[in-house]
Design a protein around this ligand. Structure first.
Ligand code: G3H
Ligand code: ZN
Length: 271
């Protein structure tokens, strides 16, 4: 699918494209099964660590084949790419959507590298997302990255300087399990007012459903879910009574992931 076009359509028509993270066959199948029940397109996202786990070509082939064997409108997306060569390799293998996460860099460095990547990616018909501000995250229950909210004038300037296709912002959202986050809608609206490309919301596992709906109404057109998928899958494996055939707990995990993704797609459809 033409990711840039689909993101713009979502923004105009006030629904959101879910970007659901996977690292394996089972989670990918569960995401596809959920998406088959809805009319909106989705992205299936792999982080660099998912690629490290599964292998770039292997995970790409799994996602591509599962999409091709279904009727869903979807594409594979590189989530939180941090290195130009790594992103280039993903594009070479066939990714049509990539994120460059320059949130740890200075504003000028982030602009410079994003601009270079946009130039390369657009030559290959690939849609580029970047991040302005810092979306905090948590690893193993510990905060390992502190949030810095995005400033509207910086977001506007960044888009003008880089020509990026969509932009992830930090507006109270944080990666990881829910910690009582709430979105700063005043800030989100003031960013939406000065830009004309789709907004992306990361860290959606920690956000309340009604906040997600309100964010879509403001102009968020892509929403990322990872933690709640991993937790759903793991919970079923941990509590499974089956101790002999790993396919049984995996199937239970897949059912649960399908339920979680379906619930989000209901909200993202915004009907
Ligand atoms: O890039 C991935 C997402 O931002 C996922 O965030 O783990 O809080 O669902 P999450
Ligand atoms: Zn993220």
């Amino acid at each position: 699918m033409d990711v840039k076009n689909e993101l713009n359509k979502a923004r105009q028509n006030r629904y959101a494209i879910g970007a659901f993270n996977t690292s394996n066959l089972e989670v990918t199948k569960a995401i596809v099964c959920a998406a088959a029940k809805f009319d909106i397109p989705i992205l299936i996202a792999t982080t660099p660590s998912a690629i490290e786990y599964a292998g770039l070509k292997t995970i790409f082939d799994i996602v591509r084949d599962e999409i091709a064997n279904s009727k869903i409108k979807a594409a594979i997306h590189l989530d939180h790419g941090k290195d130009f060569n790594q992103i280039k390799e993903a594009i070479e293998v066939g990714y049509k959507s990539v994120m460059f996460d320059g949130s740890k860099l200075s504003f000028d460095e982030n602009v410079h590298l994003t601009e270079r990547l946009v130039e390369y990616a657009h030559r290959h018909d690939v849609c580029v997302e970047a991040e302005v501000g810092v979306i905090g995250h948590e690893e193993g229950g510990k905060v390992s990255g502190k949030s810095e909210k995005s400033a509207p004038d910086q977001v506007k300037k960044f888009i003008e300087l880089t020509g990026v296709d969509s932009i992830a912002v930090s507006v109270g959202n944080e990666h990881g399990a829910p910690k009582g986050e709430s979105l700063d809608f005043k800030l989100l609206k003031s960013i939406a007012d000065v830009i004309d490309i789709p907004l992306v919301l990361h860290g959606a596992s920690g956000l309340k459903f009604h906040d997600l709906s309100e964010a879509i109404d403001v102009g968020v057109a892509k929403i990322n879910i990872d933690t709640n998928i991993r937790h759903a899958f793991l919970h079923e494996i941990e509590t499974s009574k089956e101790k002999n055939d790993y396919r049984v707990p995996f199937a239970e995990g897949m059912e649960e992931v399908e339920k979680v993704v379906s619930k989000y797609l209901e909200i993202f459809s915004n009907v």
